[in-house]
Design a protein around this ligand. Structure first.
Ligand SMILES: Cc1ncc(COP(=O)(O)O)c(C=O)c1O
Length: 467
């Protein structure tokens, strides 16, 4: 095909209302069937994904057929987070306003690297940065970077820490690298999230260098066991343990760290939002004395994927550690987002985050988190009434850990629940015990959903005991 006709074909597609309407009709069908569709794909649906296995096509395919294939076969292979009974990992369900915003702004196709590349993305990033400082009660000097998730936000926070601690010792990490660099000490709990550990290795700080601190029975770091800190130490704490939901005691540790100029980073993937509520703020007491914070919007705030945030009160350290420059970069006096993130080109995920925050307001964030907590309590109260189940965590936030009498029974119960597909829950290890994790993180979970899920747990226990 010559270039003219190739382009003509594409322009025709762009102006083909029917083509976009066709895709939109599929969107509507997916949304309309959310409550009825299974929470986890059927085995047959996963097998049907084989139709995607083909060699790279030589010739072009029809756009409408592609959308049809994705919608009819691909959609059957999705996890149904809108169903209200998906309790795996820590998974949100997009609020309608976030989905609609993503839909609208998909067609804008904005790159949020520079103000020059998207004035609207730059403006909204600036505004959301101010809002986040307000709701999390952080110092005015705090800056925000909008990244893909908490893994990346942890990376940014710890990169800033590494930069600053070395710079104070007269060492420029960007120019001199890590060989022969002064030592950086890492102090964190035995319950630090795996993405924190990955970041430590990515940054060349060395997992073997970590000074591990023991935890209490909820997974909170024990401040009494903290080694002495100094100005070459990064202390990594967490707001919301991925299993138990527990929060580290920030105040005590941040005060100690402040005295000696140690850097404190908080991994608050889902828990940091507690700071933005009336009821759960107490869990994050003292956190504003920390230096950097990683948090997801795609978890507790229920924005669409992917949306993570790094908050750092040392702008210079964050920008210096993620910095790049080139002759063709057009700097603006307004915000250029790429100075606060590792990437240059980046999708403008700020649109959904801004829309979700504007939609919810402070009251809505409260309501959303109260909803998760209420449903978590409903689960744990129900488990406490059923002989054979034991809740083994304190339900302070949105996580419930439940076990049966022994590991084998817990695993059998879990498989039956997963096979039945009324709800979906995952498994974990807690104090060497197999546990079922129930994470309530989706606005779609109703009281009825919890009741139906509990029935599934009961049935699975009954069947397992008969086996
Ligand atoms: C405490 C904690 N930290 C980090 C992460 C990683 O977040 P993400 O998957 O958004 O990178 C998670 C994910 O569940 C988490 O719970």
């Amino acid at each position: 095909m010559n270039t003219e006709s190739f382009q003509q074909k594409l322009f025709k597609e762009l102006n083909n209302k029917e083509f976009f309407q066709h895709a939109h009709n599929h969107v509507q069908t997916y949304l309309d069937s959310a409550k009825e569709r299974v929470v986890y794909p059927l085995i047959s649906a996963i097998e049907n994904l084989d139709v995607f296995d083909e060699h790279m096509p030589i010739d072009s395919n029809d756009g409408k057929d592609i959308i049809e294939l994705l919608s009819t076969v691909g959609s059957q292979g999705t996890i149904n987070t809108l169903n209200g009974r998906y309790f795996g990992f820590v998974t949100g369900a997009s609020l309608p306003v976030g989905m609609a915003t993503k839909h609208l702004t998909t067609y804008w196709d904005q790159n949020s690297a520079l103000h020059a590349m998207s004035p609207i993305a730059s403006r909204l990033e600036t505004i959301v940065e101010t809002w986040l400082k307000d709701i999390f009660h952080l110092p005015k000097t705090t800056v925000a970077g909008f990244v893909s998730g908490t893994s990346m936000a942890n990376f940014c926070g710890l990169a800033a820490a590494r930069y600053r601690l070395l710079e104070r010792q007269g060492w420029d990490i960007n120019k001199q690298g890590l060989s022969n660099a002064p030592t950086i000490r890492i102090v964190t709990s035995k319950q630090a999230h795996s993405t924190v550990i990955k970041t430590i290795s990515l940054l060349g700080l060395g997992i073997n260098q970590i000074e591990w601190v023991d935890v209490d029975n909820q997974g909170r770091i024990r401040p009494d066991l903290l080694p002495s800190l100094d100005n070459s130490t990064i202390v990594i704490l967490q707001a919301g343990n991925v299993n138990s939901g527990a929060f580290d005691p920030f105040k005590l540790i941040c005060e100690k760290a402040r005295k000696v100029n140690a850097w404190v980073h908080i991994d608050g993937a889902f828990g940091l939002w507690a700071a933005a509520t009336k009821k759960f703020k107490y869990l994050t007491d003292g956190m504003n004395m920390a230096h950097s914070f990683a948090v997801d919007a795609h978890k507790t705030l229920n924005t669409p994927y992917d949306s993570g945030i790094i908050l750092c009160n040392d702008q210079e350290a964050l920008a210096a550690s993620l910095h790049m420059d080139a002759g063709y970069i057009i700097k603006s006096s307004a915000r250029d987002g790429m100075y606060f993130t590792p990437e240059m080109s980046r999708r403008a995920r700020i649109f959904e985050l801004w829309a979700t925050l504007k939609y919810l307001g402070k009251t809505g964030i409260n309501d959303l988190i109260n909803l998760f907590h209420d449903r978590a309590l409903q689960f744990s109260n129900a488990f406490n009434e059923i002989e054979g189940f034991e809740v083994i965590n304190e339900v302070h936030f949105n996580q419930v850990l439940v076990t049966c009498n022994d590991d084998d029974l817990t695993s059998r119960v879990l498989s039956i629940i997963q096979e039945e597909r009324t709800c979906w829950v995952g498994e974990s290890l807690w104090n060497n015990k197999r546990v079922i994790r129930v994470s309530i993180c989706a606005w779609t979970t109703t009281k009825k959903d919890v009741e139906l899920s509990i029935l599934s747990f009961k049935k699975a226990l009954r069947l397992s005991l008969k086996e």
